[in-house]
Design a protein around this ligand. Structure first.
Ligand code: URA
Length: 225
């Protein structure tokens, strides 16, 4: 099945998200505007998740002038955000502007590039640190990583997040840029997940980088190389 046929893959199409992503893709964007761009993207994605996935309920409101019926978002208290260190850190900072009360999990997981790619074109993943909140069946869980490339890191992270926990009401895998192979891999392994991405790019290069992509998101956000 191709990406186009799947209904578990959804693009975040907000014009500000596309605008911000295009800015940070550019090699002329320095570390600070790059990091701030990732924060902004996280915030926009958070608002889009609220709009698309959470319901509202009618509530009585007393304004200084009168009584009226207003609307509040249901379930916004039951959000868990998983920060896949380290590139997701600015992305999560933005998400937290949409979900300030979210419980947060942190996983340090990444490619072991020295071991080289396996036959399936993926790097082995090393997991160094895991600290996760308890998940309840009412929760909306957002696993955030700005770059979803081969999908190996995300599959490892999802296994850790879902291990011995009840299935949450909503499970979102959120990326800014993704590659078709990675999305297919994650979607096949975790059919319960909705895969949200701002851009579905063309392909992976021989080093597992997304093309056209934006390079190494962690290095660009943290000023390392
Ligand atoms: N991680 C990145 O930061 N960039 C890629 O292109 C792939 C993985």
């Amino acid at each position: 099945m191709t990406i186009e046929d799947r209904d578990d893959v959804q693009l975040i199409t907000h014009a500000l998200a596309r605008d911000t992503l295009s800015k940070i893709r550019d090699t002329g964007t320095a570390q600070v505007p790059f990091r701030k761009g990732l924060v902004k993207l996280g915030r926009i994605c958070g608002y889009e998740i609220i709009d698309g996935a959470l319901e509202t309920e009618y509530v009585p409101v007393t304004t200084p002038l009168t009584e009226m019926t207003g609307e509040r978002i249901k379930g916004i208290e039951n959000v868990v955000i998983i920060n896949v260190l380290r590139a997701a850190t600015p992305f999560v900072e933005g998400l937290l502007k949409a979900f300030p009360k979210a419980r947060q999990g942190v996983i340090s997981a990444g490619r072991d590039e020295e071991s080289g790619m396996d036959d399936a074109g993926a790097f082995p993943i090393s997991v160094d640190y895991v600290k996760l909140p308890t998940i309840t069946p009412e929760d909306t869980v957002i696993v955030a990583d700005p770059m979803l490339a081969t999908g190996s890191t995300m599959c490892t992270v999802l296994e850790a997040v879902l291990n011995d926990q009840p299935e949450p009401a909503n499970l979102f895998v959120l990326s800014a840029v993704s590659a078709p192979d990675g999305l297919l891999r994650v979607g096949d392994a975790f059919p319960e997940a909705t895969l949200l991405t701002v851009s579905l790019d063309d392909r992976l290069d021989e080093n597992g980088y997304i093309v056209p992509g934006l390079g190494d998101a962690g290095d660009r956000a943290f000023g390392t190389d």
